[in-house]
Design a protein around this ligand. Structure first.
Ligand code: PGA
Length: 249
């Protein structure tokens, strides 16, 4: 895994957007895995700016979001679908039929997860997946536990994860749905390239466990140690004390 420590979150986000734009230039039909949360907000802002300047053409690209709250319709203001519309989809030239999302209001979670995995398989899997990391080491909503699941699945969200998502629900953790649907570990580990972003001291411990700890379901991100092409881009505070600029593992 390659760790790169940027001087600031903004610099990492700009570099990340530039990397995505370059990947789309190389492969216009790129299949991108996309996260939500606070971490990628500046990346979406930068991508929207590139698109407005004509430096990013997503007309042939496909996107698959990583996860969605279960029990929420897509149009709910707290849904990840709404977040993506607000911060990204509305502002770029993605073809609506190539935007893929888990439907949190699907009556049958299992069938919905199977549909999503099949759609992703039909698209050929993820070419590039952008990831955040939970302070508890989760990636997408693959939460720490005794075991991890390979396919897309329904998951009970941990208390910490629900707290971290309260901003989408008027800062009221009690309103954060109890469950979610998430891509499983297989789709993430089968992505051809992984770019993980982490910012802020709150993430330092998880970043360290991911990079240097044992490969364990207690830290789902640690499974990325098994992947050939993972870049981890952080700001100095997520790098933890004593990590120098440009450090590589
Ligand atoms: P955050 O969430 O970007 O809001 O910190 C990241 C994650 O939980 O994966």
């Amino acid at each position: 895994m390659n760790l790169r420590v940027f001087d600031s979150e903004q610099q990492a986000a700009a570099a990340c957007a530039a990397r995505i734009a370059e990947a789309v230039r190389d492969t216009p039909s790129l299949v991108l895995g996309l996260p939500t949360g606070r971490t990628p907000l500046n990346v979406y802002r930068e991508l929207v700016a590139l698109s407005a300047r004509g430096a990013l053409d997503l007309s042939r690209a496909s996107t698959f979001n990583l996860d969605e709250f279960f029990g929420l319709p897509p149009e709910d203001a707290g849904s990840f679908r709404s977040y993506m519309e607000r911060h990204f989809f509305q502002h770029v030239n993605l073809a609506p039929e190539r935007i893929h999302f888990l439907d949190g209001s699907a009556p049958d979670a299992e069938a919905e997860c199977a549909r999503y995995d099949a759609e992703l398989a039909a698209a050929g899997g993820l070419d590039l997946v952008l990831l955040g990391i939970g302070a508890n080491g989760h990636i997408a909503f693959n939460e720490p536990g005794d075991s991890l699941l390979a396919p897309c699945h329904r998951v009970k969200l941990g208390r910490e994860t629900r707290l971290a998502n309260a901003a989408l629900f008027g800062d009221d953790p009690a309103r954060v749905p109890l469950e979610a649907l998430t891509l499983g570990m297989a789709s993430i580990l089968q992505a051809r390239r992984v770019l993980l972003l982490a910012f802020g001291a709150r993430k330092a411990e998880a970043v360290s466990a991911m990079l240097h700890g044992p490969v364990t379901p207690r830290c789902p991100a640690s499974f990325l140690q098994l992947h050939r092409d993972v870049e981890v881009w952080v700001d100095p505070s997520a790098a933890g004390p004593g990590r120098g600029v440009g450090a590589t593992r």
